[in-house]
Design a protein around this ligand. Structure first.
Ligand SMILES: [Zn+2]
Length: 303
């Protein structure tokens, strides 16, 4: 997906830009924290300019994302290379959403922009060490029925369908991100879950407990791609924020979002409940970039 237009030079501007009027709502969780100024900078290259990364991202942690601004010839490809292989990061309209999977090992990785003529730009990033916790659940003791493999298959198919297409621009930029509801964080992002003593899965998002009926709002502007009851996450809303970034809100008591509708950051999309595979009223909030879970608290403030 090369950029439209006739730019014949390469200038890569890395912009972790969840910048906007609502920039205060965006936080980059945990060390190493970059200087705040770099989130608000954007400088355009000019024809003939040497390939560059401005400002350079020196480090990201597993589960983090960054919006890159890329100016490059048509047909150029952006790839991320670690010791084990390489992965292409889609270029859309002169931008790319870089995501670091939670399974990425600490160490150095390379961001490479190339076309048929060879390497146009290259930068090395450090992936910092990051530990994720674990949580034990006793589904049986609470009388809760663990979803069947058929339930999971239906759930996965529905969710994949809702994330199959994403807008070609960052819809969140003007309004920024907001916390969908205040409450107590009961399960952290990416922690390993054990149900009845057996490893179940990695928790794809965060759980925020709040009284049943509490309003839940959209974390950012976007298009609703799913609003229905699903096995596993019960009443669920999925929102496309563009560039391959989606948010998912699960276990809702009721839904007020409609599939296909546009929502603004802070717009009510449903109410807290305990539908689906849930032991009590809470919101399950997941963000994914290119299908990989990413840390909600990099984007929305921690309650
Ligand atoms: Zn959850």
């Amino acid at each position: 997906m090369p950029q439209k237009g006739s730019a014949v030079f390469v200038s890569v501007l890395l912009l972790i830009t969840f910048i906007s009027a609502a920039a205060a709502a965006f936080t980059l969780a945990g060390p190493p924290a970059p200087p705040p100024g770099r989130f608000a900078e954007e400088s355009a290259g000019s024809a003939g300019e040497k390939a560059a990364v401005e400002p350079a991202i020196s480090s990201l942690r597993p589960g983090e994302i960054a919006l890159l601004k890329v100016v490059c010839p048509q047909g150029a490809r952006l790839t991320l290379e670690n010791g084990a292989g390489s992965r292409e990061i889609p270029l859309v309209g002169g931008r790319a959403l870089l995501n670091i999977p939670v399974t990425e090992k600490a160490g150095m990785i390379k961001l490479v922009l190339c076309d048929d003529s060879g390497t146009l730009f290259e930068e090395t990033l450090e992936i910092a060490e990051r530990a994720f916790g674990s949580q034990k659940l006793s589904a049986g003791a609470s009388g809760l029925q663990t979803p069947s493999s058929e339930d999971y298959a239906l759930y996965n198919a529905k969710v994949a369908g809702a994330r199959a297409e994403s807008a070609g621009e960052p819809l969140w930029q003007e309004e920024g991100f907001v916390l969908p509801l205040f409450g107590r964080v009961t399960t952290e992002f990416a922690c390993h879950r054990y149900i009845g003593g057996e490893f179940s899965s990695r928790h794809s998002g965060v759980d925020i407990a709040a009284p049943a009926g509490t309003e839940v709002v959209a974390a950012a502007r976007g298009i609703v791609t799913l609003a229905e009851f699903l096995p596993v996450t019960g009443n669920t809303v999925i929102i496309d924020h563009g560039m391959g970034l989606f948010s998912l809100y699960g276990h809702l008591q009721s839904l007020s979002a409609v599939k296909g509708g546009e929502v603004a950051a802070g717009q009510v999309i449903g109410r807290v409940g305990s539908t689906g595979f849930s032991t009590g009223p809470h919101l399950h909030l997941t963000f994914t970039a290119h299908g990989e879970m990413c840390d909600p608290f990099q984007l929305v403030p921690r309650p």
